[in-house]
Design a protein around this ligand. Sequence first.
Ligand SMILES: [Zn+2]
Length: 497
Amino acid sequence: MKKILTILLAAILCSCQDNKVQLNLTEGVYISNVTIISTEDGTYSPYIGHLVVEKDGIVYVGKDEPDISGTFEEIDGSGKFIIPGLIDSHVHIPGVQGMLPHHIEKYPELATEFKSQMPRSYLYYGFTTLIDLGGMHEEDITSYNMEQAKPDLYHVGHSGAAVANGYPMNFAPEEFRFEAAPNFIYMESQAENIPDKYDPADHSPKAVVKRIKSSGAIAVKSYYESGFGHMKGLPLPTKDIMEELLTEAHSNGLVLTVHANSFAGHSFLADIGVDIISHGLWNWEEYKDVPSDSLPVEIINMLDLQIKKQIGYTPTLTVIEGEEALADTEFLDQPSLKKVVPKDLLEWYKTEEGQWFGKKIFSELTVAEINTIYDNVQSHAMLALKYLSDNNGLILFGSDTPSGPIYSNQPGHNGNWELKLMKEAGVPLHKILASATINNAKAFRLDSALGSLVKGKKANMIIMTKSPLMDIEAYDAIEIVIIGGKVIQREDLEVKE
Ligand SMILES: [Zn+2]
């Protein structure tokens, strides 16, 4: 009997041995004994396990130690945490922070230095996927792709689907604005202000979305913005136009994400049921002077509709914070900026010339007055976000880097700031992490390859020395960034002196 038992036991042990996952790698990475933090549905159950990458893909994730042979790099993950690479679903890649075209022409070397550092700065802060929502021309995409280490980039075509002469077309002088926005939407009410050479049939929602799709975009970006500051009364899309954009986007396998930050804009888009609103709600219009801790019932009702329809809500809190920072004389002295912004450019920002935008928008306001105005707007933005978070709204991480020609929204650095502001608004850490990983991946239909640590997905991930479920500072404790299976030590991504 004893003998039979021994044989049986040996057989069981053998079969266990045989069950151990066998992996023969050629260009592998093996991360052992690491705390794996990943989710498919927003709930997290971290565990210590092992993760194996072959070439650019994940081939194993699990608690059991796999049996690995072949060629691979081993990373001891003991005491460390691994999460999927972060996805920022609202950035603008072309251009240089804080510079207008004439500045770039005057200081081409500053622009060149910035552009070669920019993708590395995003990676430095753990952003391995970027979605450009401003429209990119072929040459922008080509020059981005020439950089060696860079996040994966997705876009919305050569321009957004803005209504003719509406936001943001209005920024360009009339003689250039139509060429700069090849995907503008023809509106009868604007017919007199559209050059004759444009055929309305080429600028219907249907024609525009088709063009956006064929340029390799993953989403259609549109706008609902009547104006702010000195610009007022801009043309707005009709309900028919927006509904058609939504229908056409879906029939082309694209998602519709729309710029809006006002009560009117969010209400309009909530009624229609667009997929994503690319900003939070901070322009409360008729409710702008309510106490900064009260949420009017009209706003609650509108947010409830967004929650019910699970419309993606992109807080972009750094739009407000970044503009306000132009009045902060210490902003540019943060040590963290030196890691991601070339030194000469940082110096230029401090010059009279580099301070142009703040002077323009603040004119005679004192710093105290500026703070009062922006703090009020931001407290409303945070209240709306907190309400959404508390009531299971669909929050999508997006930093709108940069939101305008401002130097205070720097690549990577700004996204890191956005994560911290979400925390300050009262969004719990697990929801912040989900917003920047699985939520964005699903909302932009990238989840077959991105957003979680699962066999078969792309090897985009970050290793940290703190848990992002325990501490927001984890996003400052990144040690290694893995992009498409390529292991990069964080310090190698810093600005080179
Ligand atoms: Zn934007």
